[in-house]
Design a protein around this ligand. Structure first.
Ligand code: SAH
Ligand code: SF4
Ligand code: F3S
Length: 447
């Protein structure tokens, strides 16, 4: 390989997966990945449009990278600059106008055409814009996931797009309609990952528990797919993300009881604890329905750690609405959660409504985050003194240290020989910080 590509990824895990696929389609045409932009012949920003801040980052990054275009490449041509992902999909033409030095802009559904786009730019065809949702879905045109691109944990996109149209959200517009990959294709990819040494697979989708993939003789829902992935030799841990509460079906709840390798951690965004706000958001469930769902999940898997997404300052959110969110969080007790100030997104219904003042939003966010931080600290502290199975994924920050994760997704650092990298070991947890755990290897080998 003679050419070098640098890919910078923003946003969610689906973008992480897509960035790895871009590297896969570029390898056969001679591109090797590098870690910094200043050595690259091709720079790709794989972007996120979910909140205004995320989208604006792209323009400031482009400004910083602009000067690199003048560096001559190994082949003598110019360095190519590309914007991919959800900002590309949403603002394609605007990017070309605001940053005329950008060579290629392409959305999440066209990344398989990357080699062809590069060839077009090389033929001096000017700027390339590819933001349609092609009928021939990208998965049919992607090469098999390269074994080399995965470590001991891997993401596997099984579902893309979303038909829910929550009134605050751009995803249905940037990723298109909901699509589930066929079962055989998913299982083949999971088997290849397992054969290349992957022990933990996270099944991905914007709305992953709405999965309904074609299979011989009908459709499979997510629970059945998880059971089949669990049967693949070598797979020790399965996770899935992100789920919508209304698609949390009985069979999926039962899977948390029945499948040992399905990890006891679930990211289940609730967004708000106020029924009035939930209705305005178009979420199709009440706060109490969420509480009852959590009860049923914990009945199936008592040690289930819950994570969530919450939005404060949605248009017209009153103090009482915000108190209802605080009450819900207090009742549920999350192991960790993400919280955001509402950010009006162009083209979404909620953006047209009158907006709350910034200081109100900021105050509510600070109060909610203090509560969530306390819950996370309490959850981590409760692990001190226990032996937890840890999948060691990589060297730690300090010499002689390895880093891995518990079943509950907590990061763990422990002194351990590099021999145990990529294996699951019992770790005696002796300290907790707000964001991670530390411990020593227990004598017991788990797997
Ligand atoms: N598919 C997932 C979430 C996708 S976006 C789901 O349905 O839950 C990730 C999170 O970003 C959302 O859960 C929401 O909390 C947040 N988010 C989305 N749009 C937002 C906006 N306009 N302002 C603030 N936060 C937003
Ligand atoms: Fe966005 Fe998730 Fe709602 Fe879909 S379900 S519109 S991805 S928040
Ligand atoms: Fe962002 Fe697109 Fe993911 S908007 S959150 S990168 S689906």
């Amino acid at each position: 390989m003679t050419k070098r590509v640098f890919i910078k990824t923003y946003g969610c895990q689906m973008n992480v997966y897509d960035s790895a696929r871009m590297a896969d389609v570029l390898a056969p045409v001679g591109f090797a990945p590098v870690d910094t932009a200043d050595q690259a012949d091709l720079i790709i920003l794989n972007t996120c449009h979910i909140r205004e801040k995320a989208a604006e980052k792209v323009y400031s990054e482009l400004g910083r990278l602009k000067h690199l275009k003048h560096r001559p490449t190994a082949e003598g041509g110019p360095v190519l600059l590309a914007v991919a992902g959800c900002v590309a999909q949403a603002e394609g033409a605007e990017i070309l106008a605001r940053a005329p030095y950008v060579d290629m802009v392409f959305g999440p559904q066209t990344l398989h055409r990357l080699p062809e786009m590069i060839a077009r730019v090389a033929r001096n065809a000017g700027q390339v814009l590819e933001t349609d949702f092609p009928v021939d879905v990208k998965f049919d045109h992607l090469p098999e996931v390269a074994a080399s691109s995965s470590g001991v944990t891997a993401f596997l996109t099984i579902q893309e797009g979303c038909d829910k149209f929550c009134t605050f959200c751009v995803v249905p517009y940037t990723r298109g309609a909901e699509y589930s990959r066929p079962v055989a294709e998913v299982l083949a990819e999971a088997s290849r990952l397992a054969a290349s040494g992957v022990r933990e697979i996270t099944l991905l989708g914007q709305n992953v528990n709405a999965y309904h993939g074609a299979a011989d003789g009908g459709e499979w829902r997510l629970a059945r797919l998880i059971a089949a992935v669990a049967d693949i030799p070598g797979i020790a841990r399965i996770r899935y993300t992100t789920s919508h509460p209304v698609d949390m079906t009985d069979d999926l709840i039962a899977a948390h009881r029945e499948i040992d390798t399905l990890m006891p951690y679930l990211h289940l965004p609730v967004q708000s604890g106020s029924d009035r706000v939930l209705r305005a958001m178009g979420r199709h469930h009440s706060a109490d329905a969420y509480r009852q769902l959590v009860d049923r999940l914990r009945e199936a898997r008592p040690d289930l750690a819950l994570s969530s997404d919450l939005i404060v300052g949605f248009p017209d959110e009153t103090d009482a609405d915000f108190r209802a969110t605080m009450d819900l969080v207090t009742d549920v007790q999350f192991a960790q959660a993400y919280s955001f100030m509402y950010s009006p997104r162009p083209g979404t219904p909620a953006a047209a409504a009158p907006q709350l003042d910034e200081p109100v939003k900021r105050e509510r966010l600070a109060e909610l985050q203090a509560l969530l931080d306390a819950q996370q600290r309490a959850f981590n502290q409760a692990c001190v003194g226990r032996d937890l199975p840890v999948l060691f994924e990589r060297p730690g920050r300090h010499p002689g240290q390895l880093a891995g994760r518990t079943p509950y997704m907590q990061a763990v650092h422990a002194h351990a020989s590099p021999d145990v990298l990529n294996t699951i070991q019992a770790v005696h947890i002796d300290a907790a910080t707000p964001n991670s755990l530390a411990g020593i290897l227990a004598e017991r080998v788990i797997a």
